[in-house]
Design a protein around this ligand. Structure first.
Ligand SMILES: [Zn+2]
Length: 331
């Protein structure tokens, strides 16, 4: 047996790059230098440009790289307690993730038992019992608010004047229940926030390119939103025979009366962007440019693309503690 993994001599041709994956300059693909080990991708985080401008805020969206988990290929940074992974690996990954953000203890990390609801909790200290719900808001420094996802959208909302923060979990169910719209409302109620001072970031999730849904989902949106039609895209299933021999079918049926099945795709990012705008958040303050999880399983976890065997990404936001060299922590 040959255990040497990838040994590429300096004269060997480049391994063909899979064009389905989007290459990133800071990403380690095979190199032409001689090596006996596959380089471990470093822990890599995504940030919103708009949120990064706030010095009092710590925020990040994790990627799959730079952890110690084994079940999802390589050294995965799985941050949720999944069936396949060990508790110890997840705890270690969480510590690595926080360390990368300059946070040295995880005692104030607050996660939820996420249930696709519109339940939002205002927190002033780490809760004694685990909370069920899909939103967390606070204006207390040092609390690390976290949402776990693998296709659903993690959404951060920040009031730059009152220095209040909110994190929300929005799949299609939570979106139909208007979780993010309600989240803005709760921040106004508790913190006296003005939506015009809010900045929002919609993190990585499954996008309209990959988010196929059933007709029943469209009906639920149509019952709730006047703009529902704009959130769905219909794609006729392609038929290779018809594409190859269009003349054969020309007279068989009038155009637009194809019997080919129609696939329906939901734009969940746009749905949540519209809710933020309806709630009063200026469009220019909304960052909605995150990559699609299902398109980028080289970088992110995707429940759909990886057929449920996948890890969890974490979206984390916190108000920096004053007088602390370690950001949100006291060391
Ligand atoms: Zn996609």
């Amino acid at each position: 047996m040959d255990f040497s993994p990838i040994v590429v001599s300096s004269r060997a041709p480049l391994a063909p790059r899979n064009e389905a994956f989007s290459p990133r300059p800071d990403f380690q693909y095979y190199r032409t230098v001689a090596t006996k080990t596959v380089p471990k991708p470093k822990l890599q985080l995504l940030h919103s440009e708009k949120l990064a401008k706030l010095p009092w805020l710590i925020h990040a969206f994790s990627t799959r790289h730079g952890g110690v988990s084994r079940p999802y290929g390589g050294n995965a940074l799985n941050l949720g307690f999944t069936k396949q992974d060990t508790h110890a690996a997840v705890e270690r990954n969480r510590a690595l993730f926080l360390k990368k953000l300059g946070i040295t203890n995880a005692r104030t990390l607050i996660t939820l038992r996420q249930i696709h609801s519109d339940l939002i909790h205002r927190v002033e200290s780490p809760p004694e019992h685990s909370l069920s719900g899909d939103g967390l808001i606070t204006n207390t420094s040092g609390l690390l608010l976290a949402i776990l996802t693998a296709d659903c959208l993690p959404i951060m909302v920040v009031d730059k004047k009152k220095r209040a923060i909110g994190v929300f979990h929005a799949g299609w169910r939570g979106t139909v229940k208007r979780i993010v719209e309600k989240g803005v409302g709760e921040m106004q109620r508790y913190f006296g926030s003005d939506a015009r001072n809010m900045i929002a970031a919609i993190g990585p999730g499954v996008q309209t390119c990959c988010y196929q849904v059933g007709e029943e989902v469209r009906q639920k949106f149509e019952a709730q939103f006047a703009y529902a039609a704009e959130l769905f895209r219909e794609v006729k299933e392609s038929d290779p025979v018809r594409e190859k021999y269009p003349m054969l079918f020309l007279s068989a049926r009038a155009p637009g009366h194809s019997e080919l099945p129609v696939n329906l795709f939901l734009n969940l990012v746009e749905a949540n962007r519209r809710q933020l705008i309806d709630a009063g958040v200026p469009a220019k303050n909304i960052d909605a440019s995150s990559p699609c999880t299902a398109c980028h399983t080289d970088l992110l976890f995707s429940h759909r693309a990886e057929k449920s065997i996948t890890g969890r990404l974490m979206a984390l936001a916190a108000k920096r503690r004053k007088n602390s060299a370690h950001g949100a922590s006291r060391g």
